[in-house]
Design a protein around this ligand. Structure first.
Ligand code: UTP
Ligand code: MG
Length: 449
């Protein structure tokens, strides 16, 4: 009676019970989604229930699988079969646990292997640096070619080939100063930038003997001209905005000079990021700053704020951002940091540990300060930000303010252009992958003796 009552639509309506069961008769191997049809199957048939063996009849009844919300008509064996079937399906649907790519496992095979790999990368990076002739050759021919349209222009190389984070395949990034543009107070508007890019591309396209595959990317945040330098066999990216990239490259080089392990450390991370397919989402520059920041919080490197305090002479301001006037010699600055005495494996392991536990939701990686700050300090007009970020606060009241993007999940502040979140384009999946891979790499490296 109770069963009947519960099935009544009046009861279901009143109790808002909307549990939807399916029904399976194992004897006849038929399924029903409708309870009325299920009942008919027993009362009116067709069914094969009478043909069941006498010995089985007494054991057959209704069973319930609460997980699948299914009523099963059969014996205990029917239920057991259903459960094993279900667990097989569950296993199939289970998401695969993330794993370290084989190439990472191979690279991190042993402490010796890590040491050897880092030395190899270091050699390659220094060879591409020492191949400065090639860089020089590229810059000279670019300068000569461009002076036909921009008389007296200057070409400034920057990026991995200059900082020591490249190899023979790296591109060469150059800033073309067409005249008084280094400080960024001329030709910054999009229209002027597009015109510069067009003019440069037109001049370079004519010199087919020297430059190939000249193409323009005028719509990028920083419009560029891309080309291939035939003799040096180097791809070049030419930009025309201001010298801030030249300065931040100098900063990376400076960190390497202060704490030399910084160089193989970042080179190994670059390779790790490549094997994890993260390099498209986290640029080499952002990765380098994550590494530098980790060294800063452990006093193996100085914060940008501290470097500025040790070099109080006025520095250039580029596009409104303060840079560093490196007056104090490197050997003196070295006295302000602890020398890293452990192995590269240990450093990598500790880096991975730190970023696998990092609070991406709330914290901003801030190499200017050398410690993390809370995202919510960037809210409003930045009244709660530390005084050293005054240039950021000032530009918020300018004609074209640029807010630091705290709504991105991953926040890494550029130490010079304080409104720039270097990882603003990283989606949740990428941050989760970065965090997961850091965790797995930490675990893997912890297992090495
Ligand atoms: P990249 O991250 O493009 O590459 O930065 P890289 O250091 O040259 O390394 P490869 O090419 O992957 O070997 C190039 C330069 O552009 C500036 C920095 O000066 C960096 O050194 N940059 C890059 C920025 O200023 N901001 C960015 O967000 C990215
Ligand atoms: Mg580059």
């Amino acid at each position: 009676m109770l069963k009947k009552h519960i099935r009544l639509s009046s009861h279901q309506g009143l109790s808002k019970l909307l549990v939807r069961y399916t029904f399976y008769c194992e004897i006849c191997n038929v399924k029903f989604t409708d309870e009325v049809a299920w009942n008919k199957h027993f009362t009116e048939g067709p069914n094969r229930h009478v043909l069941m063996a006498e010995s089985r009849k007494s054991k057959v009844t209704e069973y319930e699988c609460t997980k699948c919300l299914m009523v099963i008509f059969g014996d205990e064996l029917s239920l057991a079969r259903h459960i094993s079937d279900r667990s097989r399906k569950d296993k199939k649907n289970e998401k695969k646990e993330p794993q370290l790519p084989e190439q990472v496992k191979r690279m991190f095979k042993s402490v010796e292997n890590i040491e050897a790999e880092s030395m190899k990368l270091l050699d390659e990076a220094n060879n591409s640096l020492n191949g400065k002739q090639l860089t020089q050759e590229c810059c000279t021919s670019l300068e000569k070619a461009l002076s036909s349209v921009f008389p007296g222009c200057h070409v400034h190389p920057f990026g991995s080939r200059i900082s020591g984070l490249g190899n023979e395949h790296s591109d060469l990034d150059v800033f073309v100063d067409t005249g008084d543009m280094f400080l960024g107070d001329k030709n910054q508007d999009p229209l002027a930038q597009v015109q510069l890019v067009r003019k440069a591309a037109a001049a370079l396209t004519k010199l087919r003997e020297e430059f190939q595959e000249v193409c323009q990317v005028p719509t990028a945040r920083t419009p560029i001209v891309k080309l291939y330098h035939r003799k040096a066999r180097i791809e070049c990216d030419l930009s025309f905005r201001h010298g801030l990239s030249v300065e931040n490259t100098k900063f990376i080089r400076f960190c390497i000079d202060i704490q030399p392990i910084t160089q193989p450390f970042i080179l190994m991370l670059k390779k790790w990021s490549f094997y994890n397919n993260l390099q498209e989402h986290i640029t080499t520059y952002a990765l380098a700053l994550l590494a530098i920041f980790y060294l800063q919080i452990n006093n193996y490197l100085l914060s940008v704020k501290k470097i500025k305090e040790l070099n109080p002479a006025e520095a250039q301001t580029i596009n409104g951002w303060e840079t560093i006037n490196y007056k104090m010699p490197v050997h003196q600055i070295k006295n302000h940091v602890s020398r890293y005495e452990h192995s590269i494996s240990r450093l990598l392991k500790d880096f991975f540990d730190y970023y696998s536990k990092f609070d991406y939701e709330k914290q901003v990686v801030c190499p200017l300060l050398g410690y993390t700050i809370n995202k919510n300090l960037f809210e409003g007009k930045g009244e709660r930000l530390p005084p050293v970020m005054h240039t950021y606060v000032q530009q918020l009241s300018s004609k074209e303010p640029e807010q630091f993007r705290i709504n991105s999940l991953f926040c890494v502040q550029d130490p010079f252009d304080l409104s720039h979140n270097l990882t603003k384009a990283c989606q949740q999946g990428i941050v989760a992958k970065f965090k997961n891979m850091c965790g797995l790499s930490w675990r893997h490296l912890s297992s090495l003796t």
